[in-house]
Design a binder for this molecule. Structure first.
Ligand code: SME
Length: 154
């Protein structure tokens, strides 16, 4: 499979999600479309903010993921805590990385916010390839997330 065409992916996601504001339905749709868009993506899913400083697994594609992540732990917690994208070239070098699969080598985690800036959760993509993600991936996927979840309630 060739590298994802983000303009095409954005177009497909926009058509599939037009008018939808249910967060879980949107997460399920995006996990599917993003996961199948590029064979670098070996695990693609969401963790939702379910309580102060607590993430809980949401819709995903790939092997099982851990159910609960406090903001103080893991790459997902770092993203939720800081509100910043986490582009991890080597998960072994990330302090406190949570390994849901022993084959994961690199990871991208992005914040999911609504139009009011409320953190709804994070998008987590794992790859079995080292250094699989770059700023172009982060920027394109963040633009998709910002548009899709803009009208979602917290
Ligand atoms: N690696 C993540 C945990 C989620 S599993 O990868 C699906 C982390 O360190 O937060």
């Amino acid at each position: 499979m060739a590298r994802v065409d983000y303009s095409e992916l954005s177009r497909v996601i926009a058509s599939l999600t037009e008018g939808e504001t249910d967060t879980v339905a949107l997460m399920a749709t995006l996990a599917c479309e993003i996961h199948h868009a590029d064979d670098r993506f070996d695990w693609t899913g969401f963790y939702r903010v379910v309580a102060p400083e607590v993430l809980k697994i949401g819709p995903y594609q790939g092997g099982h993921g851990c159910l609960v992540i406090p903001f103080v732990r893991g790459v997902c917690g770092a993203c939720a805590r800081t509100g910043e994208a986490q582009i991890v070239a080597d998960v072994e070098a990330f302090p406190g990385h949570i390994a849901c699969s022993s084959s994961t080598r690199s990871e991208l985690v992005l914040p999911v916010r609504n139009g009011a800036g409320v953190l709804l959760g994070v998008l987590d993509i794992d790859s079995d390839r080292a250094v699989a993600f770059d700023e172009a991936d982060a920027g394109a996927l963040q633009a998709i997330l910002d548009r899709v979840f803009e009208d979602c309630a917290e």
